[in-house]
Design a binder for this molecule. Structure first.
Ligand code: ADP
Length: 420
């Protein structure tokens, strides 16, 4: 099976490059500049036993491939990021039937710093600025930038757009972005940035279609995936986030610990003699649902387990969300709606129910049947605070930005030519 083809059409590629995965989506751009998903998929477990899959918009498999993991020399090494980009660009070429013209690539870039509150076309200057932010997001940013560089090498001249996960939160008031640290440290960029912005932006744009009152009022969005955070929105603009300087802050996540007393870090270093890398591994990879349960970082696996440690991990996950919800409602001065999104938020009815019970004091009254049915509205009609389930789509947000910037650029070029 191949991608739909026939008459020639423009297409956009969206890439989300992580430490061990490369996720992608391809959109057709029609004559009215509407986007239509053609394919999405990913290459996971890069650097180990990599696995590629791609599906069309109906969820039908378009392709699948596996690579061997590490093997002794002279066997070829495992597939890495560079090989993954080569494979993907070749796969797209082979499967487009000659009908698709790639007009740009949009990238998810975790950090845009303080000076980038909107997506931007990639230039050498932007790339070197984004490189300077690597110390602020060492586990994500290098992979995002590597994908941009590899595409520039493989497909030179193709416009690329960087979309930042931090950008959505730049509307938050200064006090909500500050730590109580001396200005010399703050000046180095040590402040609360917030992440998952592309997901929140998608929800902010979709919310008016679900709940006009919430869109004009005070809403907390719960992005509960492997990474998890919450965002307080006033009239669909971010005013506070549970994530701070890095994406390890806030909620309990798949394998990240979330908020921690900073004194714990001193104890780990002074008493347990852990160095920075060991602490990093503990906080990012060995904590959260995985660390507490000792079983899995995956909510579905924990939900199916009867093991008391799995139950304890889910209880802690829910408890911390409940507390954070109180904090974000305080930042908003009240609450009109909550919105569940991402893997756990969209699919786990029991977790949503437990969170809604913890939020009863804020006026959330759960409609059990609607919750089991997956929503979209899961609160009763009389509920003082509405509760919704809205599927997120970060890739579409990136594709929209990419198209808007490319159209803007084309418009600018036309304008210049007319006035030359
Ligand atoms: P990522 O942050 O990697 O994009 P996702 O948004 O895909 O993550 O969310 C992954 C999480 O969603 C995992 O913990 C997974 O177990 C959970 N999840 C997905 N489907 C279900 C389900 N039906 N019940 C409970 N948890 C689910």
């Amino acid at each position: 099976m191949s991608l739909p083809h026939g008459s020639s059409h423009d297409a956009l590629l969206v890439l989300n490059a992580g430490s061990s995965s490369l996720k992608f989506s391809v959109y057709r751009v029609d004559a009215d500049e509407q986007l239509h998903l053609l394919a999405s998929g990913g290459i996971e477990e890069l650097g180990a036993a990599a696995h590629f899959w791609a599906k069309n918009s109906r969820g039908e498999l378009l392709g699948e491939q596996r690579w061997p993991g590490r093997a002794p020399a002279p066997a070829p090494g495992p597939l890495g990021h560079s090989g993954a980009i080569d494979f993907l660009t070749e796969w797209l070429r082979e499967h487009n039937g000659g009908g698709m013209r790639l007009i740009g690539v949009g990238h998810r870039v975790v950090h845009g710093g303080l000076s980038h509150s909107a997506p931007e076309l990639v230039t050498p200057e932007l790339l070197s600025y984004l490189q300077s932010l690597v110390p602020l997001a060492p586990l994500h940013q290098p992979h995002n930038l590597l994908a941009i560089r590899l595409i520039a090498q493989r497909l030179p001249g193709l416009p690329q757009v960087a979309c930042f996960d931090t950008a959505f939160h730049r509307t938050a008031p200064g006090v909500s972005q500050a730590f109580a640290l001396p200005p010399t440290i703050t000046a180095k960029g040590v402040r609360r940035y917030g992440f998952h912005g592309l997901s929140y932006e998608y929800i902010a744009r979709a919310l008016p279609d679900y709940d006009a009152q919430a869109a004009a009022g005070r809403t907390v969005v719960l992005h509960l995936g492997n990474g998890a955070s919450m965002c307080a929105m006033q009239a669909c603009k971010s005013v506070a986030s549970s994530m701070g300087f890095t994406a390890v802050d806030g909620l309990v996540m798949g394998s990240r610990c979330g908020s921690l007393d900073p004194g714990v870090l001193l104890y780990l270093m002074d008493e347990l003699k852990m160095d920075a890398r060991a602490v990093e591994r503990l906080l990012y990879k060995e904590s959260g649902l995985l660390g507490v349960s000792g079983i899995s970082s995956d909510m579905r696996a924990l939900s199916e387990s009867q093991d008391p440690r799995a139950i304890e991990a889910i209880e802690l996950f829910v408890y911390r969300i409940g507390r954070e919800l109180g904090s974000l409602a305080a930042a908003l001065g009240g609450l009109d709606a909550i919105v569940f999104t991402a893997g756990i938020g969209e699919h786990s009815a029991p977790v949503r129910a437990a969170i809604c019970r913890a939020a009863a004091w804020l006026g959330v009254e759960l409609d059990e049947a609607a919750n089991l049915a997956g929503g979209p509205r899961i609160s009763t009609t009389g509920s003082r605070c509405a509760a919704w389930v809205i599927p997120t789509n970060e890739e579409l947000t990136i594709a929209r930005h990419c198209l808007a910037l490319l159209s803007q650029q084309e418009e600018g070029t036309r304008h210049e030519q007319q006035h030359a």
